[in-house]
Design a protein around this ligand. Structure first.
Ligand SMILES: [Ca+2]
Ligand SMILES: [Ca+2]
Length: 110
């Protein structure tokens, strides 16, 4: 599966993301109030991205969900996710649905 840019692509695209995007559903919102929309979506690694029109991530993104609470390993002092110890980093709780954007604190900014 290639992601090589083609002449008709928007500069900065295509982008690659580590998390799976099978259930991708996006919201288009101008989060930084610069009159261009950002592409907001969650991925299978539990990250929420806000990608600007030039393909870069909006400052402060990605944000992520918590580690999966049903995995005691995630909260063990013996686990540090260090590949040198034969361990692998854990993914955050996957996001398998769409995202919603709202002004939760009612400050006029979404
Ligand atoms: Ca914007
Ligand atoms: Ca707000």
């Amino acid at each position: 599966m290639g992601a090589a840019p083609r002449s008709q692509d928007q500069p900065g695209f295509p982008r690659r993301f580590d998390g799976s995007l099978e259930s991708l559903s996006v919201a288009l919102v101008d989060l930084d109030d610069d009159n261009t929309l950002e592409i907001i979506f969650g991925d299978g690694n539990g990250e929420v991205h806000a990608v600007r029109a030039d393909g870069t991530e909006l400052a402060g993104f990605p944000v992520h969900t918590d580690l999966p609470r049903h995995l005691p390993l995630a909260f063990s002092d013996a686990f540090d996710g260090n590949p040198a110890n034969g361990e692998v980093a854990l993914s955050y709780t996957p996001i398998i649905g769409g995202v919603a954007v709202a002004d939760l604190d009612r400050d006029g900014q979404q």
